[in-house]
Write a protein that binds this ligand. Structure first.
Ligand SMILES: Cc1cc2nc3c(=O)[nH]c(=O)nc-3n(C[C@H](O)[C@H](O)[C@H](O)COP(=O)(O)OP(=O)(O)OC[C@H]3O[C@@H](n4cnc5c(N)ncnc54)[C@H](O)[C@@H]3O)c2cc1C
Length: 398
């Protein structure tokens, strides 16, 4: 008998989300599942505390833990035109990773062991999987489980055609009281100077009347250095009249934007979840709601004793559209700033958000497609289809 029903490797967005759902699953099962959540001791390679923004309807799982929420959002085009509207039926929400971590660990019951270990590998045996790990003191240990959900960063299994990064740095700033209107969030401000390929934008998410998260983001092939981000952020703050703000904290990161394949099933008992399991939406970098759908599906399977293969939480047609959009952006066939400004100016914000979160229906997507640069996108779509066809007909060794 393996020691655990499931071991969750990594206590980030996906690991915490799955651990949290396990409590609900166990409340409904006659025989509770025994699990372990494994996270290495804090160290130089630990992920930095971060904010997770996402949109969903009111009444979500984390609503009482939100740092902030906004009912409407603005997108500012490259020429300075502001498109502000209600995000209905959605609310744009911000969570701090540290708050989620605290909540999940407090809520976890006696059926979940919280282990401080660095996992070195996972080995599949016929009846169980073995997780090999190292304690903070350097001792080798092993744990066995029926199922292992691994969220450690991992490379995709195919190269993909386009590999862009969403790379960014943000400042949590403090200013004089009354400097921010807490309900005036800006999702995307496309006025910063644009790179030749890809797109650059800033945004301001007010947290109160004197605090905000101000971020500078690029979609492109290479991340910037910290001094380059600092300069870009300084310039952006000056542009939006936030010259004299005090920076109280910062966050920086990169998120993959690629059509490369991140399969969730890596063996009979070994699964990938989170970014490593394809939860990141390629065209936006948003991951949190994909993680949520993925772990909800795993929880349903665990509750009913089915094989808990995590789904890739995006529809194939959305992944195909994203692949075309990323390629067109990377090849410089569309100007990123015009593309995004057009998307938001020509369509209802709620519809765009539904599309970007995979909730839209085909007729609405077709209508939205008409607001895109049709010639450039069609050419890229034909190339994409041709590439898929020829790749599919190639045997290994061809
Ligand atoms: C700064 C930043 C801000 C972001 N903001 C947003 C946002 O606003 N909205 C959004 O949707 N997405 C956002 N993302 C993207 C995405 O949601 C996050 O990266 C999210 O944390 C991904 O979840 P994950 O569980 O896949 O990976 P992670 O959260 O990175 O979790 C992986 C975990 O694995 C652990 N681990 C690593 N190695 C080992 C090992 N050997 N043994 C055991 N455990 C190990 C790590 O310590 C970590 O806790 C952001 C990303 C970054 C970097």
């Amino acid at each position: 008998m393996p020691e655990y029903d499931l071991v969750i490797v990594g206590g980030g967005a996906a690991g915490l989300s799955l651990a949290d759902r396990m409590v609900d699953v166990n409340a409904r099962r006659a025989r509770p599942l025994r699990g372990a959540l494994v996270e290495p001791p804090p160290g130089p390679t630990s992920p930095v505390p971060r904010t997770w923004c996402f949109w969903e309807a009111d009444g979500g799982r984390w609503d009482d833990l939100l740092t902030a929420r906004w009912d409407d959002l603005a997108v500012i085009g490259p020429e300075g035109t502001e498109y502000r509207s209600s995000a209905a039926p959605y609310v744009y929400k911000m969570l701090r990773s540290a708050d989620v971590d605290r909540r999940v660990r407090e809520r976890a019951d006696r059926h979940l062991d919280q282990l401080t270990l660095r996992v070195t590998s996972v080995v599949e045996e016929p009846e169980y999987a073995t997780v090999l790990a190292e304690t903070p003191a350097g001792r080798q240990v092993r744990h066995t489980a029926r199922w292992v959900f691994d969220s450690r960063p991992s490379a995709p299994t195919t190269a993909g055609r386009t590999r862009l990064l969403q790379h960014f740095r943000g400042w949590f700033v403090r200013a004089a009281a009354g400097s921010f209107a807490p309900d005036r969030a800006v999702l995307m401000d496309l006025r910063p100077p644009q790179p030749e390929h890809g797109v650059a934008f800033g945004y301001v998410l007010p947290l109160s009347d004197n605090e905000a998260l101000v971020e500078y983001t690029e979609f492109g092939r290479h991340a910037l250095t910290t001094p380059q981000y600092e300069r870009a952020l300084g310039d952006y703050c000056a542009m939006v009249d936030l010259g004299g703000v005090e920076v109280i904290a910062s966050e920086q990161g990169t998120i993959p934007m690629t059509d490369a394949h991140f399969p969730t099933r890596r063996g009979h008992r070994l699964f990938r979840v989170g970014t490593a399991g394809g939860a990141t939406r390629p065209s936006t970098g948003y991951t949190f709601s994909g993680v949520s759908r993925q772990t909800a599906a795993v929880a349903r399977a665990l509750e009913h004793d089915r094989v808990p293969v995590p789904p890739v939480p995006h529809r194939p047609r959305h992944l195909a559209m994203d692949a075309i959009m990323l390629a067109a952006l990377d090849l410089g066939r569309v100007r990123g700033a015009d593309f995004f400004a057009g998307l938001f100016s020509d369509n209802r914000l709620g519809d765009v958000l539904a599309f970007l979160d995979g909730q839209s229906r085909l007729p609405r997507e077709v209508a939205m497609g008409l607001s895109m640069p049709i010639a450039a996108m069609s050419r890229t779509a034909v190339e994409h289809a041709w590439r898929n066809l020829t790749t599919r007909h190639q045997r290994p060794g061809d």
